[in-house]
Design a protein around this ligand. Structure first.
Ligand SMILES: *[C@@H]1O[C@H](CO)[C@@H](O)[C@H](O)[C@H]1NC(C)=O
Ligand SMILES: *[C@@H]1O[C@H](CO)[C@@H](O)[C@H](O)[C@H]1NC(C)=O
Ligand SMILES: *[C@@H]1O[C@H](CO)[C@@H](O)[C@H](O)[C@H]1NC(C)=O
Ligand SMILES: *[C@@H]1O[C@H](CO)[C@@H](O)[C@H](O)[C@H]1NC(C)=O
Length: 398
């Protein structure tokens, strides 16, 4: 019996002890919680106070208080600074200084297709020519172009599309420095080539001062000086994009019946890849969403998209905007599907003069002997002789 009573009293005491431990734990937990809540309230009050101080100071002086580490207050001040610089924002909008951007092609083309409805510009607009270079690598005619552009800053823009598989970084002193646009791989004759041309146009359209857009390659050279080329293009009321109906297998023969009904055989055109477009035509090209997908799906070699897409598109959507001829001379007289590549021994004054004045065509409705402003294809070895005859070529006094 005694033993039983003893064991019961021991159990009771043990229970009491447990109870005491539990009470102690709950009590200390509550205290901790209270302290935490109090701490948070105090901290919040303190932050509000600091924030208020920052705002107060930023009204007094235009600069953010440098002793503040509060991110929120800095952000608020940055917003303020932006608003007070509205003029810079228009400048940045009409003529982006940095050609780098993170837009993808879809975003870029959409942005470039914007047209203002107020015709008068609220700023002094000097029309510029956008020289768009689509190259496979190094621009080996760089010294000739340098000579061509020198002294004409403000009248031209340069855009460089170099396939990313080639490495070419123009030196800091070059006119081509920092003129590379975000580029993608290009396959000759395929849709990726048209993508590159549209990418060049779209990037150039972002600058509202660009009025004329010329596509060039690394083998192209100018055959007149800047002033002559500038006035020829800026004063022309048509663009220079060649388009013609070629009944041969290398023309109509490349038409694919699956393009019907979007494109019929009577719409089908051929032309030189090397075009010049005014702003209106450039916008029509970047905003095409009707014909481009049909070409991409159904014009694959031996149908070369660069020879058919733009000529057909322009004939469909704005035939009056082009004079139907190109201003980039190419020699197709040799046989084969490639034009002649000129070498060092070919380059003489007489040869260049023949391209400059040996043709006749219409310009603004009148006959003209100046039909070509650029020529191709020139091998890197022609650079030295070209530099030698440049004074004559560009009409400098030697
Ligand atoms: C374009 O050509 C059509 C006739 O083909 C003519 O009616 C129209 O006025 C022309 N537009 C412009 C801007 O020249
Ligand atoms: C160019 O060709 C199209 C048809 O392909 C024609 O409508 C247009 O009038 C031509 N333009 C000129 C300037 O000859
Ligand atoms: C534009 O071209 C037409 C012929 O197509 C010509 O008659 C007219 O004079 C030109 N306009 C200007 C301003 O040069
Ligand atoms: C540009 O070339 C033309 C001939 O095509 C010439 O009359 C003119 O003087 C040249 N301009 C300059 C600045 O050299």
């Amino acid at each position: 019996m005694h033993a039983k009573e003893l064991s019961i009293s021991i159990k009771r005491e043990a229970k009491n002890g447990k109870f005491q431990v539990a009470t102690t734990i709950i009590f200390s937990l509550s205290i901790t919680f209270l302290v935490l809540v109090l701490g948070m309230i105090i901290h919040d009050h303190f932050r509000k106070f600091v924030l208020y101080e920052d705002l107060y100071f930023s009204h007094l002086n235009a600069f953010p208080p440098f002793y503040s580490s509060s991110v929120t207050s800095q952000r608020q001040c940055m917003q303020q600074c932006k608003c007070s610089n509205g003029v810079n924002e228009l400048k940045e909008w009409i003529s982006p200084r940095d050609l780098r951007h993170s837009m993808n092609d879809e975003e870029l083309l959409w942005r470039a297709s914007m047209v203002q409805r107020i015709i008068e510009y609220p700023f002094n607009r000097t029309p510029k020519i956008a020289f768009m270079f689509l190259t496979r690598g190094r621009l080996f005619m760089e010294p000739l172009w340098e000579m061509f552009f020198r002294g004409h800053e403000g009248f031209f823009s340069i855009y460089l599309h170099i396939s990313p598989e080639y490495v070419y970084k123009p030196s800091k002193s070059s006119v081509f420095y920092n003129h590379q646009i975000p580029s993608k791989p290009v396959q000759w004759g395929r849709a990726t080539m048209i993508d590159a041309e549209r990418r060049l146009l779209a990037n150039a359209l972002l600058d509202f001062s660009n009025e004329r857009f010329v596509l060039l390659s690394e083998t192209c050279i100018p055959i007149f000086n800047f002033t002559t080329i500038y006035s020829y293009l800026v004063n022309s009321n048509k663009s220079f994009l060649s388009t013609f109906d070629d009944p041969r297998p290398i023309g109509r023969g490349r038409y694919n019946k699956r393009m019907w009904p979007t494109i019929s055989i009577s719409d089908w055109r051929k032309g030189s890849q090397w075009f010049e477009a005014n702003r209106k035509l450039a916008i029509a090209i970047v905003s095409d969403v009707t014909y481009y997908p049909v070409f991409r799906n159904h014009c694959v070699p031996p149908c070369y998209m660069d020879e058919h897409y733009l000529p057909t598109l322009v004939t469909k959507v704005c035939p009056n905007l082009t004079s139907n001829r190109t201003i980039t001379w190419t020699d197709w007289s040799g046989d084969g599907s490639h034009p002649t590549m000129f070498m060092r021994k070919d380059v003489t004054e007489g040869f260049i003069d023949k391209i400059r004045n040996g043709f006749s065509c219409t310009y603004n409705g009148e006959m003209s002997s100046i039909c070509f402003l650029f020529a191709r294809k020139f091998h890197p070895s022609t650079l030295q002789p070209l530099l030698r005859i440049a004074p004559k070529l560009f009409g400098f006094k030697a």
